[in-house]
Design a protein around this ligand. Sequence first.
Ligand SMILES: Nc1ncnc2c1ncn2[C@@H]1O[C@H](COP(=O)(O)OP(=O)(O)O)[C@@H](O)[C@H]1O
Ligand SMILES: [Mg+2]
Length: 431
Amino acid sequence: MKILVVGSGGREHAIAYRLSLDETPHEIYCAPGNAGTAEIARNIAIGAEDVAGIAGWAAAEKPDLVVVGPEAPLVKGLADELAKHGIAAFGPVADGARMEGSKKFAKQIMDAAGVPTAHARTFTDAAAAKAALAEFGLPVVIKADGLAAGKGVVVAETQAEAEAALDDMLVANKFGAAGAEVLVEEFLDGEECSILAMTDGERAMLLPASQDHKRIFDGDKGPNTGGMGAYSPAPVVTDEMLPEIKERIILPVVRELGKRGITYRGILYAGLMITPPGGKLAKSGSRINVVEFNARFGDPETEAVLPRLTGNFAAALLATARGRLDESALGVDSRAAATVILASAGYPGAYAKGKAISGLAEAAATGALVFHCGTRNGANGLETAGGRVLAVTGMGATLREAVDNAYAGVGKISFDGMTYRKDIAHKGLAR
Ligand SMILES: Nc1ncnc2c1ncn2[C@@H]1O[C@H](COP(=O)(O)OP(=O)(O)O)[C@@H](O)[C@H]1O
Ligand SMILES: [Mg+2]
């Protein structure tokens, strides 16, 4: 199969890597890719958000399938453009990508479909929003409606923090149009997890559950990042919960979108909050509630989940893109996987680029999988080129072994300013 993967991060390297494991060889391209994808695919110099450029390349090159990594090109309508050229796209049309692009839209779909989620109200006026805060109690969650690079959500512990967040978004326009409308939302008590569901607009298949680590420091401290690590399976999600998540969350959303003329094909990623026994139940009355949806594979969840999938990955993606998902097409390796992100000093704030990276061959020799997130081939050979630089995945018979194997790989790698969390999977290991 001839396949184009759109994007340039660890997620896209993991997608290309997993495609390369299929028994039948593929011709894989990445736009634009990175130094890691260059080893297993052909990088083409078109930016991931250059919808016209990618559609033009696809119209000329006629790939069998385009797999879209990041949300931005989906929200901009890349899948719609590819459809015009008769090219199969794994990733929803722009109307479907609104499940990620607008938190208000996602709430409307969930409310219409009866999907358990945090109770919320939307506002454009700061005074009206402040007046409504009392209804929600504390803590309360303030969210910008649109895409805000992971910075548009404030979990406010005090009334003053909540009011400041509302002023930032609605008065000071901190997030521009993305924050012109806000949601004031009920705080959900519990532990988060990620469910990546593959759907063709009718059927759905849940990929194994995972959990990521948003904060920069050990113990889940410090500012939010794009994600500092992940592991799968996530034991907070028990086997009994999976059918419930599929039947009460994923399929109702897909069907509600279908009713509105939106055929959603690709990954519907549900960020869930699981409330423990004894924890404070949400208004919905459910122990499993949706925190948000994303319209694509998670990063770094993908680097932990995809290495666990067995079967013909490309065929499963293509069948999904064509509306013929076979729910038993992929199997799951019983081994656990853990992924540690190696970041540049200073991330998620300002950081330097161009630092030479060494030890990747030694890391690979330990059996760890090394995915490139922000790298390039430069004056120093392989160099850092982003805040998140590498994702190192270990596999093992137990989660403990997977974590140890990931850190054994990490121990071989170095670059100036390399930082990483030492406690990846701590919640899973504690269970
Ligand atoms: N209703 C909620 N209750 C508790 N925590 C929440 C709630 N909504 C969001 N959060 C926290 O804020 C984080 C970011 O919110 P999310 O809706 O996932 O937005 P985004 O990923 O677009 O920034 C979540 O991962 C979660 O930790
Ligand atoms: Mg999120």
